[in-house]
Design a protein around this ligand. Structure first.
Ligand code: CMP
Length: 137
């Protein structure tokens, strides 16, 4: 069984979409093995997105991620990494397919409702960044 790391970003959390997104996660057959609401610091957001440090959107991205609370989760399913990325849809909600979370709940490439790991190595790193073993059940 594969695990992936997911975030319901500050935009979707503030708009009250968390319940609908979590309901969809369960309907799609993911098991939620970790979940918490948190308000990242700027330093935590910068550490999490360090891979994007050289990108022009890095400062806006990390400011946004620490602007309000978000919900971080660990999801488990066969093929969880791809399944969660498919459920989220394209990074830019304008390009996201009908029925995907970013199409339904995202409004722009910056405020795109959700995040998901892109590979097994990053999933392991991202899970360990926010969760201890004791928090995964
Ligand atoms: P996420 O999957 O969380 O990974 C990095 C985030 O940077 C991405 O979602 C977008 O919200 C944001 N972002 C802003 N501009 C871009 C861009 N040009 N390309 C990719 N991601 C971007």
């Amino acid at each position: 069984m594969e695990r992936t790391f997911a975030i319901i970003k500050p935009d979707a959390t503030a708009k009250g979409f968390a319940g609908a997104i979590i309901s969809r996660i369960e309907k799609e057959g993911f098991k939620i093995v970790g979940l918490k609401k948190m308000h990242m610091t700027k330093a935590e957001a910068e550490g999490f997105y360090a891979v994007h440090a050289a990108r022009p959107f890095f400062n806006d991205l990390t400011n946004f991620m620490c602007s309000a609370p978000c919900i971080v989760m660990v999801l488990e399913k066969d093929g969880a990494i791809k399944a969660w990325r498919d459920l989220m849809g394209s990074t830019n909600p304008k390009d996201a397919a009908e029925g995907t979370l970013r199409k339904e709940f995202g409004e722009s490439i910056d405020n795109n409702a959700t995040h998901g790991s892109d590979a097994p190595e990053t999933a392991a790193q991202e899970i360990a960044y926010f969760f201890s073993q004791l928090e995964l059940v």
